[in-house]
Design a protein around this ligand. Structure first.
Ligand SMILES: *Cc1c(COP(=O)(O)O)cnc(C)c1O
Length: 472
């Protein structure tokens, strides 16, 4: 079955063929007979020269097609197919043993294996359509409550408050815990900027501390060193799916009477000593952005075991409006609501979260096994006794000074990769808040995320291996 518009019947005229080329935008067509057997190819250049020689537009293409062309068998390994591509040949037809056209591969400067792609193959469209047809497309409707109930249960937490994104989840958590001006909040140096930005949104003072070399997560020893009489909270970030050392963090929090907001935006379902992350601190914050483990397009959720905090967050999320007296406001609130449409997608994603995670962790295992011989790469640690990481983005450290080389090499085979976050301390904006940052600087410089999407298979990994072997 060919889903593309890249082929044209051999009985066609030049005019008909030109139309196909114009529609497919590829500058060429595969020419097939009535059984889909590949007979030749024709490029727009070939057509131009035929026309210049006086061939009529309505004459058949058959005598003019290229019958010697580059092709590959559908069953050939990707690395072999890749060898057939060059600067001139970028589209290679894939055929079966009878020369029947099955598919094609295209190599170009475009990236083929992006770092992340959402997986929407379950009930997403069905629930979304149902929400749409119900006309409850705004922030009321059955999917919101169901998504909150089921996602918080999945996280081993009693309450869920769905919000518009992971950033508003963090902000809402800080507000509900009463954190504001004059309060210090400890955050790790290596994280996505939303973690620190929300502390600033709350008018509190962030304090940036270093990470553990071994887990890349916030270092409890550094947390303790950074505590002052003004410290009110800690935001541990379960970075790239790895849980933080939560026993140590909770002990420090207890000793100094601090609140703990877990930033679990990258770690849905990860566990610390058998407990799901997000349910261990006072409030756990999740993101459902498109590249996260599960997605609602944009979206987020706060989970908590405290009914008081959950109610506070529900009021703040909805303009600060009283839940018993409509249009009555006792606090200055926000509009941080999620829509029923987004929650419908989220619910369908949640139904398959175990399956999605299994696929992701299997992929990580494939990378680790497949690239074992590549000594340039050291994959994220996954054998802590107390921590069960999940696979967000497959992450590795590249031998010092070699990261750009590796990224460029991957680009040649159309494999996207992404450097780790810059340490917050490296940006002028956040410099005034730095307490310690020695380890994070080095980890950030070496860190690389590899594509973690369903399109990566053994063959792609073997191509990656071959291309990185050249660098060793
Ligand atoms: C993605 C992310 C966020 C923010 O989530 P959004 O939904 O994009 O607002 C916060 N913290 C971390 C660690 C993240 O990775």
């Amino acid at each position: 079955m060919i889903k593309h518009n890249l082929s044209t019947p051999i009985s066609n005229t030049f005019l008909q063929t030109l139309k196909v080329i114009k529609d497919n935008g590829k500058g060429m067509v595969f020419v097939t007979d009535s059984d889909d057997i590949l007979m030749g190819v024709l490029t727009d250049g070939d057509i131009r020269s035929a026309l210049l020689k006086g061939v009529e537009l309505d004459s058949p293409i058959e005598p003019h097609i290229n019958r010697t062309f580059v092709f590959a068998y559908h069953s050939e390994p990707f690395s072999e197919i890749l060898k057939k591509a060059d600067d001139r040949i970028k589209i290679i037809p894939l055929v079966d043993e009878t020369m029947k056209l099955i598919d094609y591969v295209e190599f170009s400067n475009k990236v083929y294996f992006p770092v992340a792609t959402p997986e929407l193959s379950g009930n997403e469209l069905k629930y979304l359509t149902d929400a749409f047809l119900s006309t409850w497309i705004s922030s009321q409707g059955k999917y919101i409550e169901e998504f909150e109930k089921k996602f918080s249960a999945y996280c081993d937490a009693k309450y869920g408050v769905a919000v518009s994104n992971g950033t508003t989840a963090l902000h809402l958590a800080l507000l509900a815990l009463g954190i504001g001006e004059g309060d210090e909040v400890i955050v790790p140096d290596l994280t996505f900027a939303a973690t620190i930005n929300t502390v600033l949104h709350a008018n509190a003072t962030p304090v940036i501390v270093d990470i553990e070399k071994i887990s890349w997560c916030i270092d409890p020893i550094e947390i303790e060193k950074a505590i002052t009489p003004r410290t009110k909270a800690i935001i541990p970030v379960h970075l790239y799916g790895q849980p933080c050392n939560m026993d140590a963090i909770m002990a420090i929090a207890k000793k100094h009477n601090l609140k703990v907001i877990e930033d679990a935006a990258e770690a849905h379902g990860a566990e610390y000593k058998g407990k799901k992350v997000g349910s261990i601190g006072d409030i756990g914050c999740f993101s459902f952005y498109g590249n996260k483990v599960i997605t609602t397009g944009e979206g987020g959720m706060c989970v908590t075991n405290s009914s008081k905090l959950a109610n506070k967050m529900k009021i703040l999320r909805d303009h600060g409006m009283s839940k018993t007296k409509k249009y009555w406001h006792d606090v200055v609130g926000y509009n941080y609501r999620l829509t029923n449409l987004q929650a419908a997608i989220g619910l369908a994603q949640l139904e398959r979260i175990e399956e999605i995670q299994m696929k992701r962790s299997l992929l990580e295992k494939k990378y680790k096994d497949g690239l074992k011989s590549i000594k340039l790469l050291e994959f994220q640690k996954s054998d802590f006794p107390d921590r069960k990481k999940i696979t967000w983005l497959v992450s590795a450290l590249v031998k010092e000074g070699k990261r750009n080389l590796v990224m460029n090499q991957l680009k040649k085979i159309n494999v996207d990769s992404r450097p780790f976050f810059y340490p917050l301390s490296s940006m002028k904006l956040y410099k005034p808040y730095v307490f310690s940052n020695k380890v994070s600087k080095n980890i950030s410089k070496q860190g690389l995320n590899l594509p973690t999407s369903i399109f990566i298979d053994d063959q792609v990994i073997s191509t990656i291996k071959k291309s990185l072997e050249e660098l060793q």
